[in-house]
Design a protein. Sequence first.
Length: 329
Amino acid sequence: MSKGIWVFIELRNAKITNSSYELLSAGRKFADKLEQDFTAVLFGYNIESLTDAIAQYGVDKIILADDPKLEKYTTDAYATVLTDLIKAKQPETVFYSHSALVKDLAPRVAERLKTGVATDCIGVEISDDGQFKFTRALYAGKLFNQVYSPHARPVMATFRPNALGVEDPSGVRNVQMEKVKVQLNLENLRTLVKEILGKVQNKMDLTEAEIIVSGGRGMKASENFKLLEELAEVLGGAVGASRAAVDSGWRDHSNQVGQTGKTVSPKLYIACGISGAIQHLAGMNSSRFVVAINKDPEANIFKIADYGIVDDLFKVIPLLTEEFKKMQA
Ligand SMILES: Cc1cc2nc3c(=O)[nH]c(=O)nc-3n(C[C@H](O)[C@H](O)[C@H](O)COP(=O)(O)OP(=O)(O)OC[C@H]3O[C@@H](n4cnc5c(N)ncnc54)[C@H](O)[C@@H]3O)c2cc1C
């Protein structure tokens, strides 16, 4: 097995995701430490112009699969092309960001390669014997475990967005570009994406946002989420919701944070009128700072909050928005 670290670059709306930049930042450092080649793998259609931005992160190689059949993600096409590439090139390690797409893709690739995949990792270190050791959160973040793969190759892992952090690009090295000829038998592609329809309530993807302002049942009505949208706008963040708010029809399910929603780890999570049920905490308790606004001083959310405001959110949120606006001005 030849050595080498690969990162799978993901696109959303034809742009490289922030979590892909995290992989690029971390991957270069690991490759230097292990003295291995560092490769970025990019799939899509008409995407060659994106390779300039990738090259800035000091990759040794970019594998580019630029083909109309890869324009929109389908399980069969992506899993086939990626599996074939890994079989042919035999990298030692493949990293992905833990997105909805990768949750579908990585386990399939792992199964076809008869290897494992450490999912939703929130940390990673290299042991003295050169093994990657991944940290994962279990039981809604109550427990952490460390996993590693002593034998199966490639080592594969998916990282929770914001877990690794983006660093400034380390600069272009002598990058080699490999354009892959995509060979797919159309008869083996069981799905064809014709159109993507989506309700967009957030300009920013929740899982990628560095700041999230989330509302729960305490928001009382759909129209009151305007307060959160205003605060999020000022802070450059996105709006999330508890399941109670989603079940009440106030927000789309794509906004739901928690066990049956999205897992987020922003730098700042502002929970407004959210009690802090274990299923909600499961989706946000790896946030760097948590601010809770709740009129009940006994609310569970205060147990994990770094800052708590015990008051009526309808009074506090407009004040916060005003203050942040003043600071920015
Ligand atoms: C299998 C399963 C999966 C689940 N998955 C999820 C999930 O993914 N995400 C999720 O969120 N939940 C999930 N739940 C539901 C979860 O158990 C809770 O019911 C839910 O999180 C409660 O939402 P909430 O905090 O908004 O509502 P509540 O628990 O009703 O809390 C509302 C809070 O608002 C406060 N409040 C009210 N008015 C004001 C005001 N004017 N100012 C300030 N504070 C105010 C109250 O004091 C209260 O603390 C799941 C449950 C199950 C069983």
